[in-house]
Design a protein around this ligand. Structure first.
Ligand SMILES: [Cu+2]
Length: 496
């Protein structure tokens, strides 16, 4: 990593020098053509390493030969009052036919189960580290105390276990969990550590939305990987400081997935669980769908869309009406560039007739919140391993901000462009759900007017969010391009 810093820094200083070289005296010692050539090569190498996001490698089309795997809903146990036990473990997984790939997972060899929680209940979860390295269990989007949050301070060493206890105080949502050890998050997630949390409440039960898990209610965890010649995930070989991108998509760990659905309304809970790749999901037929939920809860009303973009860690719940959609051609969910992500097989059997209510939630942005002054400023800057927040890299011993428990503040987050234009940073804050007040002074789009825990911020864009912490503790805020996080694009807010 140290070597990469040097190369990138050298390339920048050479670029700066070259900018003035026409005006200055030529350096007698230097052969200019050689220097220019070297410079161009370095510049090229650097640009190759740097993710512009306009120019990322496309995903291979899914052939649709494998039925999509759906994570199991973990059985409740209540042994010694513990509802769920989650083990981080190593294993071997048959991703490619007849080949074992070394992977990580929760309670199985790859990925993890779905944990169902109910609003209002007190939950005890036992976490066990069966890996040969330190890890943490971070509950992404869950409103819990800093002690329970599973950030880099809550390390479990190999063989250690812990029991966390919290009350579920937030509304129905699709959340997820993943490791968060300092400097090792990207590799552990890449190797397979990621699971789902569904929160249910009275509202979600009464809305009449499709909620038959694995029948008309499916999670879709999108992750791109690179497999080596032996079909192994070789993180150190493929790692990119600007975000590791792969050419092979796995959905819920399934290679070349296909999803079979009935002719009915189906709920898809999309999670971008990738280290760095953004997706813009749409149908190859151009059909529209309804977005009903953001990261942390239902939108007030369904929003009709033809495409939805998710940056790493963002979620969207959508309803697709397969009784109405055009299935004459091979129907598939595709990415912006046209690559086939998930082909559908629509079987003629009619399913449940469900209606999507016009009113789903009572999320509101109050005048009081709109009028609050900005009390915290966050500036995201840099690329590769030179990423910073407010000019600093993460230091576990430094508290960057303090905020009072239960008090709403407005944070302004700015993505300062760099000499190459900059890139999108998905910004995530632990332990809370926030509201987007504005994007560059304008109202956020309709499908972002709901609870969020991650927000995608374009170069030179400034967003304002209203944020309140229900619990106390030290929480991380960081870029969710996992390599940026590991490279120190992270700060800490202490809630007192
Ligand atoms: Cu970033």
């Amino acid at each position: 990593m140290g070597i990469k810093i040097k190369i990138a820094a050298t390339a920048i200083s050479i670029l700066v020098i070259s900018g003035c070289s026409n005006k200055s005296q030529p350096n007698e010692e230097m052969d200019h053509s050689t220097m220019n050539q070297e410079m161009e090569e370095m510049n090229h190498d650097m640009m190759e390493g740097h993710m512009s996001h306009d120019d990322v490698v496309s995903l291979n089309d899914s052939t649709g030969e494998n039925e999509l795997k759906i994570p199991v809903a973990l059985e409740r146990s209540n042994e010694e009052g513990v509802l769920y036990t989650v083990r981080a473990q190593k294993g071997k997984t048959e991703i490619f036919d007849g080949i074992e790939t070394n992977t990580y997972g929760y309670n199985k060899s790859f990925l993890g189960p779905m944990l169902r929680l109910k609003k209002g209940e007190t939950v005890k979860i036992r976490t066990i580290n069966e890996l040969n390295e330190n890890t943490t269990f971070h509950w992404h989007g869950l409103e819990v105390s800093g002690e329970e949050d599973g950030g880099p301070h809550n390390i479990l060493k190999p063989g250690e276990e812990n029991v966390i206890e919290f009350k579920v105080t937030q509304e129905a949502a699709t959340l997820w969990f993943h490791p968060h050890p300092e400097g090792k998050t990207a590799e552990q997630v890449y190797n397979g550590l990621a699971g789902l949390i569904y929160i249910e409440d009275e509202n979600s039960k009464s809305l009449g939305l499709p909620n038959d898990y694995r029948k008309n209610d499916f999670p879709l965890i999108f992750q791109d990987k690179t497999f080596d010649d032996k079909k192994q995930l070789n993180y150190s070989a493929t790692m990119n400081d600007d975000g590791t991108i792969g050419d092979t998509l796995l959905i819920n760990g399934t290679l070349n997935p296909k999803l079979t659905v009935n002719k009915e309304k189906v709920r898809l809970r999309l999670l971008n669980g990738s280290n760095a790749r953004d997706y813009t999901f749409k149908f190859n037929t151009g059909d529209s769908f309804l977005q009903i939920a953001t990261d942390g809860g239902f939108l007030n009303e369904p929003v009709t869309l033809k495409e939805v973009t998710l940056t790493p860690s963002e979620r969207a719940e959508i309803i697709v009406d397969f009784s109405q959609i055009n299935t004459a051609n091979d129907l598939a969910l595709i990415n912006e560039d046209g690559s086939v992500l998930l082909p559908f097989e629509v079987i003629d059997q009619s399913g449940v007739t469900s209606r999507v209510p016009k009113k789903l939630n009572d999320f509101s942005l109050t005048d009081k919140e709109m009028d609050l002054p900005v009390t915290k400023k966050v500036e995201l800057f840099g690329m590769m391993d030179m990423v910073t927040i407010n000019g600093k890299k993460f230091n576990p011993k430094r508290i960057d901000f303090t905020q009072k428990q239960g008090v709403t503040e407005v944070w302004e987050i700015y993505n300062r462009p760099d000499m190459m234009g900059g890139m999108i940073h998905p910004f995530h804050i632990h332990g809370t759900q926030f509201k987007i007040l504005s994007r560059d002074g304008k109202e956020p789009p309709k499908n972002e007017r709901g609870w969020k825990d991650s927000i995608s911020i374009k170069p030179d864009e400034k967003v304002k969010i209203a944020i309140q912490f229900k619990h106390k503790g030290v929480y991380m805020f960081h870029c969710h391009i996992l390599e940026h996080e590991d490279n120190g694009m992270m700060g800490q807010v202490k809630v007192e």
